[in-house]
Design a protein around this ligand. Structure first.
Ligand code: F6P
Length: 328
């Protein structure tokens, strides 16, 4: 490994939390310790840089966190960091600690902040994709996604029990303000009748005929999975529109909400978090600065932070077809 002169790094989590962030922090701290680099934790993301909430992290400080959801470093979305004045204060604070490299665990907003920060103050960063939405270019998976979809299928399996007992139609809203990955993967896995996602236009008429077909062949309970960012509105709105046509059927809405962001990370998320945490420190040391580390085809991949944006619609058409065919 070609080693740069980086001696002290800071690590933080930013944006929406995701299960596996703690496993990732642990990997960053332990990798730094392995390579004799000092590591500092920054509380509450960019806001903590501004508020000087920076403290030394040793190997022992990250014991017993690999299995915990949330983030021991807390998180936030900082308005102040969006101003040049805020970023200057953040830079001055990092300088006091001699921090010369950053590991940032978050989403595209976090990475945009890192680029501006580098342009102004030249502190190099490596980003790690941490979001349950899985909506970043440059990686096949993001930390938290696998746990979130498993949380969703666990919840919907339970909803199906009661839907079946009452012969009811359920509209279940899952997270995904801009992306339908959670809705589509979980929808297929719970055998949903339909999955509505932001990437495709929702035709309520088509949904209604699909449900009518189901009743014609004596299907008595229906589960419709709706991503919160679907263009027809959330589950409450879609349920209202559909209910007008099925006034003899009982319908219910269940909004799963923030439970999707919590919980103990799955094995896949712990493994991904550990691999990316390690890779981020190595990347900083090797001089691969201002990249996001991700995993593509099971190999570590480096994408310039400028390109690690929210993905263009890349929903797999094959999966959309699966929903249609398997709910017949
Ligand atoms: O973490 C991403 C996400 O789950 C989105 O799908 C959702 O819209 C958003 O976070 C909500 O986050 P918050 O309630 O923290 O603003």
């Amino acid at each position: 490994m070609t080693v740069t002169n980086i001696k002290r790094i800071g690590v933080m989590t930013s944006g929406g939390d995701a299960p596996g962030m703690n496993a990732c922090i642990r990997a960053v701290v332990r990798t730094a310790a392995y390579y004799n680099i000092e590591c500092y934790g920054i509380l509450h993301g960019y806001q903590g840089m501004i508020d000087n909430k920076i403290f030394k992290l040793e190997s022992n400080d990250v014991a017993n966190i690999i299995q915990r959801g949330g983030t021991i470093l807390k998180t936030s979305r900082s308005e102040q960091f969006m101003t040049a004045e805020g970023r200057k204060i953040a830079y001055d604070n990092l300088t006091k600690f001699g921090i010369d490299g950053l590991v940032l665990i978050g989403g595209d907003g976090t990475f945009r902040g890192a680029q501006v920060f580098y342009d102004e103050h030249k502190i190099p960063s490596v980003g790690i994709p941490g979001t349950i939405d899985k909506d970043l270019a440059g990686t096949d998976f993001t930390i938290g996604y696998d746990t979130a979809i498993n949380t969703v299928i666990d919840a919907i399996d339970k909803i199906r029990d009661t839907a079946d007992a009452h012969d009811r139609m359920f509209f279940v809203e899952v997270m995904g303000r801009d992306a339908g990955f959670i809705a589509l993967s979980s929808g297929i896995s719970v055998g949903a009748e339909a999955v509505l996602i932001p990437e495709t236009h929702t035709y309520i008429d088509q949904l209604i005929s699909k449900i009518e077909n189901g009743y014609r062949r004596k299907k008595l309970c229906h589960i419709i999975v709706v991503a919160e960012g679907d263009d027809a509105g959330g589950a409450v709105k879609v349920a209202e529109l559909v209910k007008e046509k099925f006034d003899h059927i009982e319908t219910r809405v269940s909004v799963l909400g923030h439970m999707q962001r919590g919980g103990s990370p799955s094995c896949n998320d712990r493994l991904l978090a550990s691999r990316l945490g390690y890779a981020s420190v190595v990347a900083l040391l090797e001089g691969k600065h201002n990249y996001m580390v991700g995993v593509i085809n099971d190999k570590i991949a480096y994408t310039p932070l400028s390109q690690a944006n929210k993905q263009e619609p890349t929903i797999n058409d094959e999966l959309l077809k699966l929903v249609e065919v398997l709910s017949t």
